[in-house]
Ligand binder design. Structure first.
Ligand code: UDP
Ligand code: MG
Length: 140
């Protein structure tokens, strides 16, 4: 088994409700180590680039508006199988379908305002980490 890194965002609905610590506790309790973390105000350009794969989806405009509406916390999480583990701990995109104990079940407000982002593959994790962090900011 090898250590993996994944990219995480604590989204505006969560930072606004002071849930950064509560969500980090769920991550840490599940063995995800926070090896880099920064609170930022995402720009429209950053959000558009980050969610480029969804550019043709009907919710893209709203999603970009949401992600730039309040500060977010961008993070790098490290664990064995970090990508899959983080997705599991986050729960389904739609909180109504999320399993008990997951971040989205506990805290998400809706399918859009769903508290957290997590990379969906190791390849995307590396690309997303590189959009927001320099190598030397990540201390494993
Ligand atoms: N989203 C939305 N409406 C939808 C589907 C997705 O607003 O019907 C938003 C939601 O914030 C989601 C993000 O777009 O987290 C990216 O969608 P994706 O399908 O990649 O879900 P995720 O990987 O975040 O579970
Ligand atoms: Mg996704």
């Amino acid at each position: 088994m090898t250590l993996e890194r994944t990219f995480s965002i604590i989204k505006p609905d969560a930072t606004k409700r002071n849930l950064t610590g509560a969500i980090n506790k769920v991550f840490e309790d599940n063995g995800l180590r926070i090896v880099a973390q920064r609170r930022i105000q995402m720009s429209e350009d950053q959000a558009k680039k980050f969610y480029e794969v969804h550019a043709e989806r009907p919710f893209y405009g709203e999603l970009v508006e949401f992600m730039t509406s309040e500060p977010v916390v961008v993070q790098v999480l490290e664990a064995e199988n970090a990508v899959a583990k983080h997705r599991e701990v986050m729960g389904a995109t739609n909180p109504e379908e999320a399993a008990d104990g997951t971040v989205r079940k506990l805290y998400a407000l809706s399918i859009g305002e769903n508290s957290v982002h997590g990379s969906d593959s190791l390849e995307n994790a590396n690309l997303e980490i590189a959009q927001f962090f320099k190598d030397e900011e990540i201390v494993g």
